[in-house]
Design a protein around this ligand. Structure first.
Ligand SMILES: Nc1ncnc2c1ncn2[C@@H]1O[C@H](COP(=O)(O)OP(=O)(O)OP(=O)(O)O)[C@@H](O)[C@H]1O
Ligand SMILES: [Mg+2]
Length: 332
């Protein structure tokens, strides 16, 4: 391959490609299915939402992107982060991946940090692991803290996690996640624990950082309104499956799946709360509990016996890709 062809191939490859991923815990008759046929793509520089009720499989999907599978998990399908085949990769390559090319931010910033280690150690360890000398790593950590809006970065380096508020600590975690300029950032409900103003600031920060490094972001949330507002594309997940994929802008005006419509109608969303989601009749199902055929049919106002015949195939409707046999009846 010529240098130019190589460069072009690098530019083309997706930050994340999850292709027909199915995941079960246990084997054979004891197998509990958790994900079925999940396909998610995130390009460099793109913000992609993954939305669904509690238990739909969002965190499992995001963690699978880094090869973090639950104990006893069996998978089929493929996960690639740039050119790495994640499900086939050994421990060392996964560790390198998480240190350098892909980062994850969780809902609870305290979960990412060791309470007895100083912020400075947390922020420099990724850089040190890549062979960056201590003084240079400290300088970069100071820059990052400044960029994420932490006042007195020198003081912050010496402090412990409990000395920060939740919003400030999430900024520190973002600084850590971005310290290695990752190609892929998995943000799992990164703003759910924050008040609305802080939430907006944190999202602004992610977007600014993204532009600087063309990071692909997978933004996991139960808040469809938020996802539709900030994401280029959104995947809607229900009971371990993707049921709709559409540009963020199209979801508000033309939802194609009855579940997406129900999520929108359950709003206005109460950020950081699950009030919006409880408003949909029935209980969210896990894949193991879901009915045969269309998983949503026992909660769907449009469902009849045809919906029990099989899992609806993916089809195009308007700007959406949707797994519903009658999206034309889903009026906004
Ligand atoms: N290690 C595990 N062993 C068995 N079941 C699991 C495991 N991890 C997750 N599950 C199940 O898989 C399903 C999906 O879980 P997941 O954490 O991905 O949901 P989620 O969409 O992130 O929900 P939430 O919005 O509450 O974070 C749930 O039914 C959950 O109980
Ligand atoms: Mg989750």
């Amino acid at each position: 391959m010529t240098v130019l062809a190589k460069k072009e191939a690098t530019a083309r490859r997706s930050a994340l490609g999850v292709s027909r991923l199915s995941l079960t815990i246990g084997r054979d008759e004891n197998a509990i299915p958790l994900l079925a046929d999940v396909t998610v793509r995130v390009e460099r520089g793109e913000t992609v939402g993954l939305v669904g009720e509690s238990g739909s499989g969002k965190t499992l999907t995001a963690r699978a992107a880094l090869g973090m599978l639950p104990r006893g998990a069996h998978t089929t399908g493929q996960v690639t982060v740039s050119d790495l085949d994640v499900l086939a990769a050994g421990r060392k390559r996964l560790r390198d991946l998480r240190r350098t090319r892909a980062s994850m931010i969780f809902q609870d910033p305290w979960a990412s940090l060791n309470p007895v280690r100083r912020i400075g150690d947390y922020l420099t360890e990724g850089l040190r692991a890549r062979g960056v000398p201590a003084r240079v790593a400290t300088g970069q950590a100071l820059d990052l803290l400044d960029q994420v809006g932490i006042r007195n970065p020198e003081g912050a380096l010496r402090r412990y996690p409990h000395e920060f508020s939740g919003g400030m600590l999430q900024r520190v975690v973002i600084a850590g996640a971005l310290s290695t300029e990752p190609e892929l950032l998995l943000a799992d409900e990164p703003t759910t624990a924050l008040d609305v103003t802080t939430q907006a600031e944190v999202i602004g920060l992610l977007k600014t950082m993204q532009q600087a490094h063309r990071t692909g972001i997978l933004f996991v949330t139960h808040d469809l309104d938020l996802a539709a507002a900030i994401c280029d594309r959104v995947y809607v997940m229900y009971a371990g499956r993707i049921v709709e994929q559409a540009p963020g802008s199209a979801l508000f005006t033309a939802p194609a799946h009855p579940y997406t419509k129900a999520l929108l109608e359950a709003g206005p969303s109460v950020h950081g709360d699950k009030v919006a989601i409880k408003a949909i009749e029935g209980r969210p199902k896990s894949l193991a509990e879901a009915p045969s055929g269309c998983s949503f049919r026992d909660r769907c106002p449009l469902a009849d016996e045809e919906c029990a015949a099989g899992v609806p195939p993916l089809r195009t409707h308007g700007a959406s890709l949707v797994t519903c046999i009658r999206p034309e009846q889903v009026t906004p």
